[in-house]
Design a protein around this ligand. Structure first.
Ligand SMILES: [Fe+2]
Length: 194
């Protein structure tokens, strides 16, 4: 091993150590705040060929969210929230990454706790998420998929203090009566997180 190779191995080992458990976060989706629904949908669906995979109020009497995707294995690659006040304000609602396992999601929680970063644990039925802001207030989400699909949008606060089994039982009990609730592999919908 030459000096260069030695330095590469050394830095890889240090990176692994500083990461703690080994994980990778996959890019998942971005959510933008928009002002003009018709113009935006004309462009993304008409011009670019995305399809709308779901839409509805984010919460009771809340603003509408519209999910779009090109990829049948992603429920949404982009989503738009109506209500951008001013075209000069930021359009970013949040960017989102997918973790692989419940342990990795807990690791993210520990890291956020370690820097006193507040987060909202929110469950969409098809995902267990943490929503938080980066140091410049850009919205972020890190989530894992659950075994289920359910019509979107959905959102209930979940308890990250639960172990994995209890968390999944809670998800099933909370969302099983919502429209479209089904095990992902049994879903016949065109766009499902798979
Ligand atoms: Fe999201």
């Amino acid at each position: 091993m030459n000096v260069r190779e030695f330095l590469i191995v050394l830095s890889l080992n240090q990176t692994k150590r500083s990461i703690g458990v080994f994980m990778k976060l996959d890019w998942s989706h971005t959510v933008l705040n928009i002002k003009d629904k018709n113009k935006i949908l004309d462009f993304y669906t008409g011009t670019l060929g995305f399809k709308v995979s779901d839409s509805g109020p984010i919460y009771k009497d809340g603003p509408e969210i519209i999910f779009i995707s090109w990829n049948p294995d992603e429920h949404h690659q982009l989503a738009f929230v109506l209500g951008r006040e001013d075209i000069n304000s930021t359009s970013l609602n949040h960017i989102s990454f997918r973790a692989d396992t419940y342990d990795e999601l807990q690791e993210i929680k520990d890291r956020l706790d370690s820097v006193n970063c507040d987060y909202l644990p929110l469950c969409h039925g098809n995902a267990l998420s943490f929503y938080f802001n980066d140091p410049e207030n850009n919205g972020m989400e890190i989530f894992i998929d659950t075994p289920w699909d359910v019509e979107q949008p959905q959102g209930e606060v979940w308890d990250p203090g639960l172990d994995e089994k209890s968390a999944l039982e809670w998800v099933e009990n909370t969302f099983k009566d919502r429209p479209g609730f089904v095990l992902k592999e049994k879903s016949t919908k065109e766009f499902v997180n798979r």
